[in-house]
Ligand binder design. Sequence first.
Ligand code: SAH
Ligand code: SF4
Ligand code: F3S
Length: 473
Amino acid sequence: MENTITKLVKVGELDFPPRKVWLKTYGCQMNYHDSERIVSHLSNLNFTLTTDQTEADLMIFNTCAVRDLANQKFYSALGETKKIIKDHQIDPETGFKKDVIIAAGGCIAQTEGKDLVKKYKQLDFAFGTDVIDNIGEMVYRAYAGDKKFAVTSWDKSENYSIETKITPGTPMAFVNIIKGCDKFCSYCIVPFTRGREKSRRLAEVVTDVKRLVEYSGIQEVMLLGQNVNSFGKDNNESLAMLIHELDQISGLQRLRYTTSHPYDVTDELVEAHRTAKKLANHLHLPVQSGSDTVLQRMLREYTIEHYLTLLAKMRKANPEIIITTDIIAGFPNETEEEHQATLDLLDKAQFDFIYGYTYSPRKGTKATRINDVLTDDIRLRRLKDIQDKQSVIQAALRGQMIGKTYRILVEDKKISKGVMKWGGRTSCHRLVHFEGDIPDKDYQWHWIEAEITSVTALSTQGKFIRDLGKTPT
Ligand code: SAH
Ligand code: SF4
Ligand code: F3S
């Protein structure tokens, strides 16, 4: 990094001295991966990442539109930039710091890009979800003096073809395998912000992952898509086929995928959970509601019976598997009985964790046409019912871990009650904290074994057993 500090890069007509980019990401893992791609592309224009907004030359917001709260967080953070700029370097003419460029990308920018640049004086440009890999050209354009533009076009090429970008130094990589979503669940904005489904070719993904493992030290891969179960549909390929191919790559330790739609889980995929040795003991399978009638109104295409049968099959294929899910509380006109059905499902499904949300109306989605009688108070109370019940189930489930030994990939450390603890994830995606055996030893990205000593619904503590190093065999 040292030598980039003085280096000047010339691109086309422009000089690019060393500059700092500050990036704020909202939303799902796909957005986080898009941010990784943005940073990687910008390094070609001499940008390095900063976490200090006050020293940024370029500020980028990678936005999420999935619920109103995500939108509000972005609007208020964008509002704050005025003050941050004013407090640091003032241009007397505009009242803003002269050379700071501000951009908004991602899901809000995809549908509202043009309006955003009109409405927010400080916003220089906006870019959608399908032009992430053109960020270099857009930043160039802004430095060439072209401001107040929005690029929200869709990639028209027949195939989805990319090379994965990673954050250097980590052994974990997000690998996009399919983009977009064709499901149009009645509450969801994603098909509008991410466009139609398009898969990468299986062979391309395999070559990509081989390269990452061989040359970039990647050991754990998370396959990403809004509905990864649709992977390869148009090419006579499938997620199960891909998993089997990736399972053969020596040096790859763990494989995960997210997110799955219960309607599209095939028997071959269930079978992959039995046979693919590297596939993690974790499945995130969003159910959204425990009521068949609500699922119908959500246009989810499955019943609770189908969902529970799937869980049983998965658990038979891999008895170690743990299941997490997403639930929406208070879908329009959800009755008390329908809400009760969701509470009943928690007992039957035995989820290890729930991402619970109150329903948030999204412009342009079918659910907004329902004349909804529920209030925010009802939704919040129902979400609390769900979380309270889940927390009891979760503590009991996690209690079963006590005394067992797990392999953990250590991610980072933190001080808790005056004691320095390291934290990492098991194959089943539970976060475990432990004290290292040697003070001051750096365990980051080591594989270790720990025995679980205590748990609560939200935290798991372990006792260090042994260090397997950075590349266990
Ligand atoms: N593609 C994934 C997840 C997409 S969004 C899937 O189909 O499972 C992540 C989660 O946000 C969804 O699973 C859903 O639980 C929640 N969500 C989506 N739209 C929402 C809305 N309008 N209000 C509240 N929660 C929503
Ligand atoms: Fe949204 Fe449904 Fe697509 Fe998931 S499957 S992204 S919830 S429309
Ligand atoms: Fe949000 Fe877009 Fe992801 S709306 S959840 S960032 S696909």
